[in-house]
Design a protein around this ligand. Structure first.
Ligand code: GLN
Length: 250
């Protein structure tokens, strides 16, 4: 596309023209650019993207950056870490961490078979081997009590309330899977409460829990974690100045 703008006389092949016409049509229908291109770049890595999982967001890169920065300050003997990513989607968090921390093992969990199939394809494309994929519902206590313990637990769970639908763009509302996005208005922190409780018994000593959060529920989410017994709860804003991520330590 950029080449076409720079060279207006550029001759496209028939195949390129067909692709371009189709792409323009899909974009006109508000399909996300990442679906049209078939990929998105996240933390410097290329992730295959389609309707099976949420398109990776730049805010989530900031969360990955926070975790990696914290890990880089750890005692080197702790560099072999067990990390759990709850609601992995495309695998963007889990696979970026696995790429950056080759001595660590990352467990990538999702309730959606489709999302897991995409995340596994991404693992193959990125040649990542230190990731285990698990299908399961973190809200199901019988399932989650069987999981092991981890040094770090991270999650970008569904957090958009039904009442926020009106302010969402069509390219999100019509194309990102709703199971990855929405929670009910009457219990919007259900994933934070459940994962917060789960992590009380599934974090190793000195472990930490990281969340991406709903920008409108920053204080409520912090209060919930403090209420569960977390001592050190830090809220950070994203690059747009929105309350976007939390780290909690026991
Ligand atoms: N940040 C996403 C959005 O604005 C939502 C991600 C999520 O629900 N975890 O659409």
């Amino acid at each position: 596309m950029a080449q076409l703008l720079a060279e207006p006389n550029l001759q496209l092949t028939k195949k390129q023209q067909v692709w371009l016409d189709d792409a323009i049509c899909r974009l006109g229908n508000n399909e996300p650019l990442q679906h049209v291109l078939g990929y998105s770049t996240f933390y410097g890595y290329r992730f295959k993207c389609d309707g099976r999982a949420l398109v990776p967001r730049p805010e989530t890169e900031e969360l990955v950056n926070w975790i990696l920065h914290d890990i880089s300050t750890l005692n080197p003997q702790l560099s072999t870490l067990n990390i759990l990513d709850i609601g992995t989607g495309t695998g963007c968090i889990a696979l970026s961490l696995a790429k950056e921390l080759t001595n660590s093992t990352v467990t990538a969990l999702d309730i959606s078979e489709e999302a897991l199939s995409l995340a596994k394809e991404n693992a193959k494309l990125l040649e990542v081997e230190n990731v285990d994929f698990i299908k399961g519902d973190i809200l199901n206590k019988t399932f989650n009590s069987q999981l092991s313990t981890f040094n770090f637990i991270v999650s970008n769970p569904p957090y958009v309330r039904e009442c926020e639908k009106a302010e969402m763009e069509a390219n999100v509302l019509d194309y990102d899977p709703h199971t990855a996005l929405f929670v009910t208005d009457d219990d919007p922190l259900i994933f934070y409460r459940t994962i917060g409780k789960f992590a009380l018994t599934h974090l190793t000593p000195n472990g930490a829990l990281y969340f991406e959060i709903n920008q409108y529920l920053g204080q409520e989410t912090c209060d919930l974690l403090i209420g569960l017994g977390y001592k050190n709860v830090e809220l950070r804003e994203d690059i747009n100045g929105n309350a976007r991520m939390i780290k909690a330590i026991l």
